[in-house]
Design a protein around this ligand. Sequence first.
Ligand code: FAD
Length: 396
Amino acid sequence: MAKAKQVLILGGGFGGLTSANLIRKGLQEEECQITVIDKHQYFMMGLVNLWILSGSRILEHSRVALNKLEAKGIRFLNDEITSIDHTENAITTKMNNNKLRYDYLIVALGSELAPKRIEGFEDNDECCFNVYDTQQIPSLRQRILALKSGRVVVCIADIPYKCPPAPYEISLLINDILIKNGTRESIDLSMYVPTPISLPAAGVKVSQDVVKLLNDNHIKFYPNHKLKRVSDKKTIEFENGNKTRYDLLILVPPHQLPQVIRNSGLLEDADQRWVNADRFTLRTKYSNVFAIGDVTEIRIDNAITVPKAGIFAEGEAKAVSQQIINEIKNSNDDKERTKFDGRGFCFMEIGDKKAGYIDVDLYNEAGPTTNLEPPSYEFYQKKLDFERSRLDEWLM
Ligand SMILES: Cc1cc2nc3c(=O)[nH]c(=O)nc-3n(C[C@H](O)[C@H](O)[C@H](O)COP(=O)(O)OP(=O)(O)OC[C@H]3O[C@@H](n4cnc5c(N)ncnc54)[C@H](O)[C@@H]3O)c2cc1C
């Protein structure tokens, strides 16, 4: 029998866990050995940050150990990837400092948060919070509860960022916390975003629906405000010259490609911000190397790209897994499933156990379609199930 192929999966997040599980289900261990490498020991879904903020979850109840993969016949290496070498088909990690070779490589390392790129942000840590940093959320929640009056500003620093609806959910959840805390009437809540509409990838109609949700909850919305700097006088300045004061600044920081990919030869030139991959197959310029999820930039048209969201990382992982299974088995099975279809969905949680539901078809031949279903208890339940079902599938 031929030697087992080596599949290395860089990153045990949304895309990495989907592909590891699907490939394992499709191939025997004698056909293929799968190794997932992640610098963290645990997986936690990004959307749980919102439940920690709203007080319905704590961090300790939300993380699952990645070494549970081992029981499924998937090797897990808890280490930091320090280099990727396509000429030798190998990667290097920090602790082992030895090379791991691959026949197939799936790069699913996500995006890094870069709050340092905002001048003055980290100098004002008393009242400035990075709301995408899980560690900061418990103290942010305490600050929101302690605030009796003033201005809360939710600001998206730059695009692209993970989960485009999440900052809007965050504003609506803060509104809900303040109402329950009896302080909403004395606190101004505003959102500043760099884009001309709230959700460019979802189009004008859904964007208007989202702004209506904000306005119905007395949250002010300021489009076309790209953050320039945070000053020490509790003021932020925007590139359009406007300034605004805050008592509490809640920031979605700039995102960037992990440095290890920047040095990997996967980018065409120094200006390229994200990895280019084929929109259907997710193959990079190296035919045995796939890039999925937040590391990629997949253009739909001049204005929009596939959003950085777990649901798309998952869809891309499904397409990649089927291609690898077919190649190793030398078969033509499930041909349709070898292509990413550009479909996805996400939620718009508003508090009080209610969420809206956004349906997306990005590769529609007549142009992308999206639709926002109004918030309901049923969609909130669907969101809870979204997390539960995936954890069961990937790590139980
Ligand atoms: C507040 C919030 C709410 C969200 N809500 C939703 C939602 O409702 N629906 C949705 O679909 N998406 C949501 N997302 C987005 C979603 O979490 C990401 O888009 C998704 O996780 C991307 O998957 P990925 O596989 O590309 O990367 P990730 O899931 O980020 O995984 C990347 C992994 O790579 C590891 N890694 C990085 N560099 C290295 C290295 N050098 N060495 C070793 N390991 C490394 C990281 O530790 C990480 O585990 C949300 C995100 C946030 C922050």
